[in-house]
Design a protein around this ligand. Sequence first.
Ligand code: NAP
Length: 242
Amino acid sequence: MGRVAIVTGASRGIGREIAKTLAKMNINVIGNYNQSEKEAIELKEELKKENIEIDIFKADVSKREDVKKMVDYTIEKYGKIDILVNNAGIDLVKEFTKVTDEDWNKIINTNLYSAFAMSQETIPSMIHEKSGCIINISSIWGLVGSSCEVLYSISKAGVDGLTKSLAKELGPSNIRVNSIAPGFIDTRMTEKIDAETVEEIKRETPLLRTGNPIDIARCIEWLVNDEFTTGQVISINGGWII
Ligand code: NAP
């Protein structure tokens, strides 16, 4: 049996590219989606044309029962989970004084609780196998803070805290835990940002461009084969934040 990976939020953007990259490495991929069923089916069909099979699984990763169902499905079908990519996430741009408790619950549950619950359900299998690789997709805004995105920044800083603590706790079981903190990546999450602001970001970025999902997937490709990197927050941002 080859390696088995769960990628959350694989229907679109960064997660979709990560799922494709892992599948092309002959890794059995369970690509999670929640609302974008059509896109998830398209991903499965796109890969099928290249004779690559992936599973797609609908689950709201902010809910424990959905997380459990997806992990149970994977263990039942493949017997183990080698790689977990906690990628699913949403953002919210709102003045701090206008943020509600509902906003807090939505952002924190989707971005942070999901990584906590997915890790908790998956780790027993990794401990049993004495091997595992967890990669959490955080953000530069968890590192440097972002005006009008306080909840998003809190959730991503929390994800990096989870990464560092889990790396210490799970290292002796040969489980590596790392974060990738992307800068500006062209996806649906960033398409609402106006063209002028995007041009300004490009000018401020030493590599003079915004990122593509493949820029993140390349790091994933390296991380899943690495053996001595753990507890790190790797920020892929073209030098925007140094
Ligand atoms: P995106 O294109 O909006 O995709 C978000 C993905 O998350 C979708 O596949 C979506 O699935 C999934 N998702 C959202 N809520 C979910 C839930 N409750 N359960 C399961 N899946 C859920 O965004 P993206 O840019 O690729 O973002 C991916 C990750 O990178 C996020 O964690 C984001 O915070 C992080 N990030 C992005 C950037 C950037 O510039 N784009 C920068 C830094 C960090 P459905 O549509 O199927 O619900």
